[in-house]
Design a binder for this molecule. Sequence first.
Ligand code: IMP
Length: 430
Amino acid sequence: MPVVVVVGVQWGDEGKGKVVDLLAERAHLVVRYQGGNNAGHTVVVGGEKLILHLVPSGILRPETRCIIGSGVVVDPAVLLQEIDELRRRNITVDESRLFISEAAHLIMPYHRLIDVGREKLRGKKAIGTTGRGIGPAYEDKAARVGIRMADMLDAAVFKKKLKANLEEKNFYIVHRLKQDPLDFDRIAREYLEYGEILRPMIKNTVEIIHSELNKKRNLLFEGAQGTFLDLDGGTYPYVTSSNTVAGGVCAGVGIGPGHIDSVIGVCKAYTTRVGGGPFPTELVGELGDRLRERGGEYGATTGRPRRCGWLDGVMIRQAVKVNGIDGLALTKIDVLGGIPEVKVCTSYELDGVRQEWVPAGAERVERCRPIFERFEGWEVEDRAYDSFDALPYNMQRYIRKIENVAGVPVDIVSYSANRKDTIVIKNPFS
Ligand code: IMP
């Protein structure tokens, strides 16, 4: 009956989609706890690629039920598109398998407009957001003016809240962003229609989760983005607007910390980041380009090229601590194949002083110089591996170093995007 959390230990795009898909085989319920359609979880099944932004990747397992928790911000148009896409692939998505928290906040058209408009105003200091309205939606939630899933089910309530919001937002849109105001009737019509379509799936998800907990079922909580995009612990202000860390689960789905049995950190064998912000181990030039091309490092949501660099052990060690990680799932180790020498950053130097932690504040992280350990690389092999011992010797040494730096074991090794190309040393559900 374990309750397992899956989190990213870097800046997102670690391959959480594949790991959740793999573990979901034994999970009764997969629950997303934060973020929105800024996320893009890529899964490859039977050679077919599918990118999920809101629906947990557990939906691909026919026996698994999925929840979008109250900590998620939902763009209903995107959710409906995703549901349609899944149905086109003959995957059942209805009120028997997908539940959306009635308390989840909505992403509104003005959130998207303000997100993009504000980024333009920031110029060179832009965060590089996904432009999906995530930050402005969470701002409204914190300001207690947000509109929630349940509000879409009551036309009078929805219209009252929309009117109050739109008055303020249109003032900002016209006077600050110099754009045309948004139309009340159009938004109301559109969202109330979404509400009617989604109505059967909008539920008190806290009740569903606790009922499953009482039955001692296997539960999987799926994070989006990564530890260093966390609003509190990330490289602020170059972060997203939610708590991506394992601690975000409790508030984002309505359970207590004592319910969590195990936390799996998903770690890519090198580091990537999309958007602005400091990146101590970044590789600019040929090697960075090679990682990007071999790893297919282009944003699953926006298509932007990802910045690439060596594995940063300081980040991983810190991620293990702040999330309470028990074991790592290492992904994309195949991408490093064929590079004669690979490096792992084990600490930083900041203004002449050795640092074992990622400092708070982007300006200080910017000044951190990585201290590397070097490893002999391994050849690219076009074959399947059935155990850790079957992996190339130098790859094994690299993995052992990661365990040593992180202070926790590597429980899963993934060496391609395919479901089957995975070595599971320890399954948290067994
Ligand atoms: P926002 O979440 O759209 O506000 O973007 C804030 C920052 O988080 C930007 O640097 C984005 O590129 C980054 N970000 C948001 N979601 C993801 C993700 O799923 N993977 C990687 N980076 C992300």
